[in-house]
Ligand binder design. Structure first.
Ligand code: HEM
Length: 405
């Protein structure tokens, strides 16, 4: 039996900068690795085959609200009102919650956004292009998907900065010098405020519906009666958070990957038709969600010869699986011409990313515009000085991305 690895040994400062050497060691030496931490213990799966199997294993539940109340350990207090959503549920609950949203998220509605996404991208670049420098996370990567998802949902322009502030407190948790207790309190407060705000917004849309997704969801519910008021709020939170957080981090990671691989950057500038497959390779290379959201073993299960006892939390390490040499030739090389393989960056199985079309569209329009409008785009600091989210963050992304052009 593999000895539990103390989380502090895994989540070092170096891991925050570059987790891939550690993932390679885990994949080779302990592909099913128990990790112990003060908050919760878990088993990490790092091989591609185990990861893909686990993402569809019905014995690994996403319902974190059962007897073990794992949500309390994972998300902390004040979080149930926001996190009891489709991502943290199993069929048939999951099917019911996802079906209504899928309708509101119809590809037709997403495709209709294309001109508006182009406009938002151009407006953001107009805001800094004359300066010859920018901090691309706050000037571009974060606001782009945030404005898109807020407009899609129907969050008024005047409220978007507040909403952004709360979601950023949650995203950057652990990155300040504050003691952990203060940090947890700040996240808890942001969650409470965001919950109240979204509850009021849903109530307001019920009284005065508009042409937006929250109103469409309310309408669909009223006709079918299949989402409670609380579920409407948790669904809105999921769409808001999942809809910008991952895409923002992905835009940052993808930009850094291109700027630190000048041959690939040139290739993309010279061959823009590579962009759709380049997006998939960039996501495989350095995705924004290193570990899929937590699963809980409902019975004893065995992976790679290791017994995972019932009640354990299981983390499927997508970014390790996406660098598994048994599935990707020379996996640590960024190769925009790589034949598109089945990477796990958008997940797999019933929880496969619901926003995949929107994410791809935003990434394509955003990256294409950066390359077209900012010739000479380069990092303003050496790559080793880039500041990443803390090693133990559930997200892989940059705190800042200073560039010149
Ligand atoms: C689920 C990745 C953008 C909405 C997921 C999952 C992954 C993922 C890996 C599955 C998690 C799991 O199984 O534990 C990404 C990446 C994105 C992105 C890498 C950007 C590059 C978006 C966008 C939206 C979105 C723009 C829009 C609202 C969702 C939702 C789920 C989900 C609602 C839950 C689906 C379910 O539980 O059935 N995403 N996502 N995502 N994503 Fe995305």
């Amino acid at each position: 039996m593999t000895e539990p690895l103390p989380a502090a040994q895994l989540y070092t400062e170096q891991f925050a900068v570059d987790p891939y050497p550690s993932f390679a060691r885990l994949r080779a030496d302990a592909p099913v690795c128990p990790v112990s931490s003060p908050r919760f213990d878990s088993y990490l799966l790092t091989r591609f085959d185990d990861a893909r199997t686990a993402l569809t294993d019905p014995r690994l539940s996403k319902d974190l609200y059962g007897p073990g109340q794992h949500y309390l350990q994972i998300f902390g207090p004040n979080s149930e009102a926001l996190n009891r959503n489709m991502l943290n549920s199993d069929p048939p609950e999951h099917t019911r919650l996802r079906r209504l949203v899928s309708q509101a998220f119809a590809p037709r509605r997403i495709e209709a956004l294309r001109p508006r996404v182009r406009q938002i991208v151009d407006d953001l670049i107009d805001g800094f292009v004359a300066q010859g420098r920018a901090e691309l996370m706050h000037d571009f990567a974060i606001p782009l998907p945030m404005v898109v998802i807020c407009e899609l949902l129907g969050v008024p322009r005047a409220d978007q900065d507040r909403v952004l502030d709360w979601t950023q407190v949650i995203r950057t948790s652990g990155s300040s010098r504050r003691p952990p207790a203060q940090e947890r309190a700040a996240v808890g407060e942001a969650q409470v405020r965001l919950h109240h705000y979204l509850a009021e917004l849903v109530a307001a849309k019920r009284v005065a519906p508009d042409d937006d997704m929250i109103s469409a969801l309310i309408d669909a519910c009223d006709q079918e009666g299949s989402l409670s008021e609380a579920e409407l709020v948790t669904t809105t939170f999921l769409l808001l958070f999942a809809g910008h957080q991952t895409t923002a981090d992905f835009l940052g990671n993808a930009t850094v990957a291109l700027l630190t691989h000048p041959d690939q950057l040139d290739l993309l500038r010279d061959t823009p038709e590579l962009l759709p497959s380049a997006i998939e390779e960039l996501l495989r290379f350095d995705g924004p969600l290193p570990v899929a959201s937590p699963r809980v073993a409902t019975e004893d299960v065995e992976y790679g010869g290791v017994r995972i006892p019932a009640g354990s939390i299981v983390g499927v390490v997508l970014n390790a699986a996406n660098h598994d040499p048994t599935h990707f030739v020379d996996p640590d090389r960024l190769d925009l011409r790589r034949v598109r393989g089945p990477h796990l960056g958008f997940g797999h199985g019933v929880h496969y990313c619901l926003g995949v079309s929107l994410a791809r569209m935003e990434a394509q329009i955003g990256l294409a515009a950066l390359l077209r409008r900012l010739p000479g785009l380069r990092l303003a600091v050496p790559p080793a000085e880039l500041r990443w989210l803390p090693a133990a963050s559930p997200f892989r992304g940059l705190l800042e991305l200073p560039v010149r052009f």
